[in-house]
Design a protein around this ligand. Structure first.
Ligand code: ADP
Length: 426
């Protein structure tokens, strides 16, 4: 029997998201999530899609990732999809930070684990959890290839001109300070799917990808290769996000420290979790922000509701202003643009964001057709008017499918050598 199933694991600090896919047809056999690991009220939600069964939810303490993965394995077994199945070809793990070294999905061995560990100082929130997930899965199925798929890998093609900060080269290199970029799995998938939507090869098109979720990033993709992206050393740089500030003058940090008396950790928390949309208006959900704006339109001038709407409107305007700056910047980086594409929660669903981001850019060949933009659909689609010089598109992202595809492509021919050689220079 050919093993065609891939389990995709996305291990966060207190959660594990998983999907089991059958790569013979890309179908999803099961999806689920374990939340609040380490708390009394951990929750496991499992949906056996293939079995057509009802979702099952269990709550109760799940002490650690080991217990979480064993619980997931138990749920999968109940549906006849257990981790001991000979049909399971590999487990694909999302790993947030792969530094400079990991340019491709990589079969995990001890050296790879050590390298991911070495990158913890540049990804303190993510890599430890990703490592725990890999180690736990490896212990459960030591014979099975475990594949690390890195958020940074797609961006390793960025030229030095885009990847380097203009700071002292020696200091930067000593501390591995450079622009790595994130959401790479999504940018890779969406840019390729956009080429498919246009009926062209990825190598023939230049695309600006706008991944607008709770975290948000833009990328400039030239003939299938990333040449610039908006996130940097960490996911804090770039666009305005749900809770992150995106770009600020670095001197803001010195100022808050010297004049505001804030500690480095306090400023870190401020910029990563209390800024962006939530910092500007108290909401990080674009649906809520639009609702406040719409409701305010009917409110009497000066009323509390009108003021509330004004705050939401300002947050929206700042979000859009930054987004438009990046569209313009990446237009110039690419020189010729074939498509601007929106993806992730906001990009796929928020028509007003797409409309405002593109408004008035006709001289760049960019326009949005109001009717097409208003259509709700889970399919990749064009929203630019017919005959437009540059396509504007909505392409739903699917990071799990991309991780599964990359994992399966690596192991399907029984090739489990990882081709990785450490040169200690990530
Ligand atoms: P994550 O970065 O957590 O993966 P997602 O890509 O799922 O995030 O995006 C989540 C965000 O998408 C929400 O915070 C919300 O702002 C936005 N969103 C989801 N659905 C809608 C919708 N129907 N309209 C507008 N915004 C939406």
């Amino acid at each position: 029997m050919t093993a065609t199933r891939v389990l995709v694991l996305n291990s966060g600090s207190s959660s594990v998201k998983y999907q089991l896919l059958d790569m013979s047809d890309g179908s999803r056999l099961a999806v689920g999530l374990v939340e609040r690991i380490g708390e009394e009220t951990s929750r496991l939600k499992h949906s056996p899609l293939a079995a057509g069964g009802e979702s099952r939810e269990t709550t109760g303490p799940i002490a650690d990732h080991d217990a979480a993965l064993k619980a997931v394995a138990g749920e999968l077994s109940r549906d006849g999809l257990g981790l001991d199945s000979p049909e399971l070809a590999a487990i694909g793990h999302r790993v947030v930070h792969g530094g400079k070294l990991f340019t491709q999905p990589t079969v995990v061995d001890d050296a790879v684990l050590a390298e991911i560990e070495r990158l913890i100082p540049v990804a303190p929130l993510h890599n430890p959890a990703n490592l725990t997930g890999i180690r736990t899965a490896r212990a459960l199925r030591p014979d099975l290839p475990q594949v690390a798929v890195f958020d940074t890998a797609f961006h390793t093609t960025m030229p030095e001109a885009a990847a380097r900060y203009a700071i002292d080269v020696e200091t930067a290199d000593r501390h591995r300070v450079r622009r790595y970029g994130f959401h790479g799995t999504s940018h890779a998938y969406v840019s390729r799917e956009t080429a498919r939507l246009l009926g062209r090869a990825p190598e023939d098109v230049n695309v600006i990808v706008l991944h607008l979720g709770n975290g948000a990033s833009a990328s400039a993709v030239e003939r299938g290769r990333c040449v610039d992206t908006s996130m940097g050393l960490t996911p804090l740089e770039g666009l305005v996000m749900g809770t992150r500030s995106g770009d600020v003058d670095p001197a803001v940090i010195f100022h808050l420290s010297r004049v505001g008396g804030m500690s480095t950790d306090e400023i870190d928390t401020l910029l990563n979790t209390k800024s962006g949309l939530v910092g500007l208006c108290g909401d990080n959900d674009m649906r809520e922000i639009r609702r406040r704006i719409d409701e305010g339109a009917e409110a009497p001038e000066g009323s509390e509701r009108a003021q509330d709407a004004a705050r939401a409107q300002l947050a929206f305007d700042i979000y859009i202003h930054r987004l438009r700056k990046y569209i313009g910047a990446y237009y110039a980086v690419l020189g010729r643009v074939d498509a601007v594409v929106f993806t992730a929660g906001v990009g796929e669903n928020a028509a007003p964001v797409r409309e405002a981001a593109i408004a008035g850019l006709e001289s760049l060949g960019l326009a949005v057709d109001g009717g097409l933009n208003a259509v709700r659909s889970a399919e990749p689609r064009l929203i630019s008017p017919e005959g437009a010089r540059v396509a504007v598109a909505v392409v739903p992202t699917d990071e799990e499918l991309e991780i599964a595809n990359q994992t399966y492509a690596l192991v399907r021919n029984g090739n489990t050598s990882n081709g990785y050689t450490s040169n200690g220079n990530s």
